[in-house]
Ligand binder design. Sequence first.
Ligand code: PEP
Ligand code: MG
Length: 335
Amino acid sequence: RQDRYEHLRDKPSVTADAVPVPIRLLGNIELAQEAAHCLDRGAEGVGLYRTEFLYLNKSAHPTEEEHYAAYASVLGTLGSNRPVVIRTLDLGADKFSSVSGAVANEKNPFLGLRSVRLCLRQRELFVTQLRAILRAGLLGDVRVMFPMISTADELRQCKTLLNDVKEELEYAGIPFKRDLRVGTMIEVPSAALLADVLAREVDFFSIGTNDLIQYTLAADRNNEHVANLYSPADPAVLRLIRMVVQAAQKEKEHGKRAFDVNVCGEMSGEPLYIPLLVGLGLRQFSATPRKIPEIKRVIRELRIPEAEEVARRALAMESASQVTSYLRDHLRKML
Ligand code: PEP
Ligand code: MG
């Protein structure tokens, strides 16, 4: 069934408007070997390379060379022109390594020392990965992305460290990508609310809806007892996404520069939410590779004014259930 839209693989991902609008579709991967799945399913690149898997079930942290080999393998598969967004380590909470060094007994691990917070505390861990990413940058269109950013200071600290690592490589005469593009995930409500400030610091955003939903609704993404609250269609989530898109558009206009906004949570792999997300102004999605043909099918049937109407109406609704049934109804009529 998933392969029903396989024939769309080499067809462009464009809307059905009189002047079709291109929508960029990228793949999410966790292992270097999965890069090939992205190409099989027609992705234009890797929008989210989750690097935690280099650390899981290992007796020691990966070395710089192990990082580099994994990134080189992905780039070897994708070639030098397709974008590959490498997300720095997002350990902690639901992703634990036996050697992570994270506080294992935190009472609230999702609100604790996870992800970039851990990396900024354990600089060696962070530096090893950043060195490998900067070096791998010479092999293709590599970009780096920081997860779980919740304040502008945190983002600035990451950028400062990245610059320190560049100087270190420079000093040691090791070749690296000087103008590596830097992005931040927007997956904490504070980051969405502060998107205009964060936008000035980076080249792109990627909205991580899995965490954004969890933190906005204070509902654990893995807890079935509160699964009723956890919905991508919640109007509070939609308002935050809209804020992020608007902040990015403003930055693009005022800063007169390219500024991409991607969506890389599970939400962007669900055909149901595609018209809504396109209507909110999003033009780039990164999803599990096997979902890409279905998403492309929806995009190729969609017209921008129709998507904008969907977003307008959804934003005026008061509950996730209202939005969900409206979206279901719309998609049924559309396809
Ligand atoms: C997200 O939070 O939406 C996301 C893409 O990151 P992860 O699922 O790895 O936490
Ligand atoms: Mg996340």
